[in-house]
Design a protein around this ligand. Sequence first.
Ligand SMILES: [Zn+2]
Length: 167
Amino acid sequence: MRLPVKIALLLMLFFSADLCYSYVQKELRPQTVLKERDVPAALHPLVKQNAEILQTAAAKKGITVVITEGFRSIEEQNELYRQGRSKKGNIVTYAKGGESYHNYGLAIDFALQKKDGSLLWDMTCDGNHNGTPDWLEVVTIAKKLGFQWGGDWRGFKDYPHLQMIPS
Ligand SMILES: [Zn+2]
């Protein structure tokens, strides 16, 4: 077989294997979407960028958004999971280490900041007096940027939580 033909065949094989692979990936996505990812040591650059865009867009509406949580290591997640179970306090998460989007640098938690600098987790406050609670305005912007909101989850709702899977 001539070399160009060999190369063409190899390329065809490669592309069909790749197509097949991406199909399987899509099929299994709900279960493996997190497990198949590398565990980073920081927020994904695109998530970080979108978090900054969110802050800028909210600021234009007179809302100060503070990112209170970003990347969380597996050990930190397990520690958080113990809270309200083997440790004192309220349950704050249902995800063990490796099960949270925070562990993959794909999630942030936010809070609002008042003029006096204190943080606010009030979902009804309409600080910019435009008839819509500031919290929901932030969520609307976040969703437009491609974030999924923890407040939309069935069962346990995590209102400060935003996550995304960069494509
Ligand atoms: Zn979160």
